[in-house]
Design a protein around this ligand. Structure first.
Ligand SMILES: [Zn+2]
Length: 237
């Protein structure tokens, strides 16, 4: 279910039975000449929709608000860089608002992996958790669940990210924009990781399915815990 498309009675029912919300969080950022600039956020959004289709819950509209992007790194264009404090407060606001609406498990799927950006989101999540004992928030980079079974997914516009966008939105990838020969690198092309010229939608599909396969049982487990806490706080057990 998409939050913005839900009717009030559908959200009421969901909050009663499965108070789980995902916020896909990314950036507008240069991702090589071959990918749409919304790659980080788009992949996190589609992965979130797949996860909710498996476990229930709701997906918020994706948030395009990235800190520590390719812009301050090497002035790569078409990139919107937000200050740390904006990211921090926006995360906290979303978590507080969703809590106020009755959601008790909130997952932020992070499509943008800038180290300081990830750290900022995790700090806001920690702050939320410190203030709410009957709810839980977590923030995972989208490649993390695959990492639990030793599949390395994270890169920057390399084979993995490019494959994920090819799987979900082939219309937004054009490999012919990359040089036909020679190296593809981070300084010149803004591409890091394995060669994106080896990207395929099959590889993207494998990463996307592994995300759901690994994330779903953890989410169910955490959801059981927060539901038990909620019942306890209402004196039902
Ligand atoms: Zn990326």
């Amino acid at each position: 279910m998409k939050y913005e498309e839900a009717l009030p009675h559908q959200l009421d029912e969901l909050i009663k039975t499965c108070p789980f919300a995902i916020i896909p969080w990314g950036a507008h950022e240069w991702h090589g000449p071959q990918n749409a600039v919304g790659l980080d956020t788009l992949k996190a959004y589609y992965m979130s929709l797949d996860l909710v289709a498996e476990v229930g819950g709701v997906v918020l509209p994706p948030v395009y608000c990235g800190y520590q992007t390719m812009k301050p790194y090497k002035e790569f264009r078409h990139t919107l860089e937000f200050p740390r404090e904006i990211v921090y407060s926006l995360v906290l606001q979303y978590l507080d608002q969703l809590y106020d609406e009755g959601f008790r498990l909130i997952l932020i799927v992070m499509g943008h992996y800038g180290g300081k950006h990830v750290e900022t989101i995790q700090e806001a999540v920690q702050r939320f958790n410190d203030c709410h004992s009957h709810a839980q928030a977590v923030a995972w980079p989208d490649y993390m669940p695959a990492g639990w079974v030793d599949v390395r997914g994270g890169d920057h516009a390399g084979k993995n990210e490019t494959s994920l966008l090819m799987y979900y939105r082939p219309d937004l990838v054009d490999l012919s924009q990359l040089p036909a020969e020679g190296d593809v690198d981070i300084e010149i092309h803004g591409v890091g990781g394995e060669d994106p010229r080896e990207a395929t939608s099959e590889h993207g599909e494998m990463l996307a399915k592994l995300f759901v396969e690994q994330a779903a049982p953890k989410i169910r487990e955490m959801l059981d815990e927060v539901l038990a806490m909620r019942d306890k706080s209402r004196g039902r057990v």
